[in-house]
Design a protein around this ligand. Sequence first.
Ligand code: 9MR
Length: 562
Amino acid sequence: QAQQPAATIHLNQVGFYPAAPKVAVVVGAAGGRFSLMAPGSTKPIFTGDLGAARYDSLAQQTVRLADFSACQTVGTFVLAVPSVGSSYPFQIKPRVHEAVAQAALKGFYYQRASTALPPAYAGAWARPAGHPDTRVLVHASAATAQRPAGTVLASPRGWYDAGDYNKYVVNSGITLGTLFSLYEDFPAYCGQLKSNIPESTNALPDVLDESLWNLRWLLTMQDPTDGGVYHKLTNASFDGMVMPDACATPRYVVQKSTAAALDFAAVLAQASRVLRPFGRALPGLADSCLRASTQAWGWARQHPATYYQQDELNKQFQPAIQTGAYGDEDVRDEWAWAATELYVTTKDEQYWEAGQLLATTTLPVANWGQVRPLAYYTLLRFSSTLTPAGRRALPQVQQRVQALADSLQAGHATRAYGTVMGHRARDYNWGSSAEAANQGIALIQAYRLSGERPYLLAALTNLDYLLGRNATGYSFVTGSGSCAPQHPHHRPSEADGIAAPVPGLLVGGPNPGRQDKCAYPSSLPPLAYSDTVCSYASNEIAINWQAPLVYLAAALEALQPQ
Ligand code: 9MR
């Protein structure tokens, strides 16, 4: 049975930086005083007045804010309101989100395919290896003269995409791109961000070691005979809710696609840049990545509209493929991203011209099907190294990132929950948690450009959202906070016989679409969340949601005044 939030005081259950804003949202209180005290104590260390009533029309909740920003006392506290009760305990201290950043990065380790997770790294969640993927079959949809259907390939390693055990190139693209961007934006902080993985003692930061687990798999998804990239490596249909080592159904690489080739080209061009300084530890790898990238780019130029359409594919080929599609039939943003990464890495203006980076005027928040922002962020990051063509675009690129951040943060402080996330119904889609995290990244990019602290604090409200300052009252990160998901739609968490779910994983969050047709406590957008294993539409985890959580938590840690 799903655990329900006991309290109607919704706040970041992990905690607050001493010098940053601190807000709790109290649902249904008539007003009056609130106080902070140590758990179990009745002696307040801070008191204040609840704010005026605010109405959240999406959640249909009347709330009042308890603002205790002025309290800078380090410690563990609860917030109490006489007519309402007490909050979950939280901390006020420097580096308060460091453990979340570490746990979120560690989340990727738990998603590793083709390897055992020993207790030294995985603790209670140790498990045998699953999905060796050393004998993967070429599916009929991917057959060529050189690689006919049934050809056996080795495509080991990689991360499981989500609660399922398949490996999808499109979704790996934005995930790796986000983690590499974290490294490029905050190299010093990444050097100290530790996740206790088998590679932790080598010369690379853990975030790069972890990324290499997926990158080495990704390289195997390219067909060396033509440079094309298979869309995914998958079972014909989803595995049961069993441990990885209990799975033995055939695995296939399916049809090559333009989106897969371009996401692959983008992330490998970025990888070659990121890994080049580590040439002693990784001889030849940066060159291999760049070669793979340009070959995938060349394939995409020859196949600019080869989309992955699973229903069409299943009309023509056997066996039918029922797993996640990640189909994307608008690849203009993938062109822009691949072109920009190749341009920034090589400084070759032919890529710049093909990318059409400025073709659309409004910049959206990133998601797996919309990667244009990653191109913008990369261009800005390398603004001082560009050739004239890229340099000329900088003012517009800068203006659009700023405009995105401004539109996100406009008026957020006066909204009911005071967070950037959640002011528009469309924020609550499949994977709304990633919407919150990717909004946070956009705000951090604007902060890096302008140095204006309000952007940084706006980003922090979305980390607050993810850790409990939201209409459900849940922290959406397993193992972080007192009321966090207990039953994520995640096969190892369900099947391992351990009560606690695998920690550090970000669940999808409220999704009024409720495509899974499970039992939900509410259909209102901010409340359409079900902490049940049934709920793949609101309670699954996924690597493309996890990566922006790692970015947001780590970037906020890196940017706090020490
Ligand atoms: O995140 C994806 C979401 O945007 C789509 O609406 C949904 C349905 O196609 O699929 C989501 O991705 C899932 C993928 O297809 C398979 N692995 C689990 C992913 C998260 O639910």
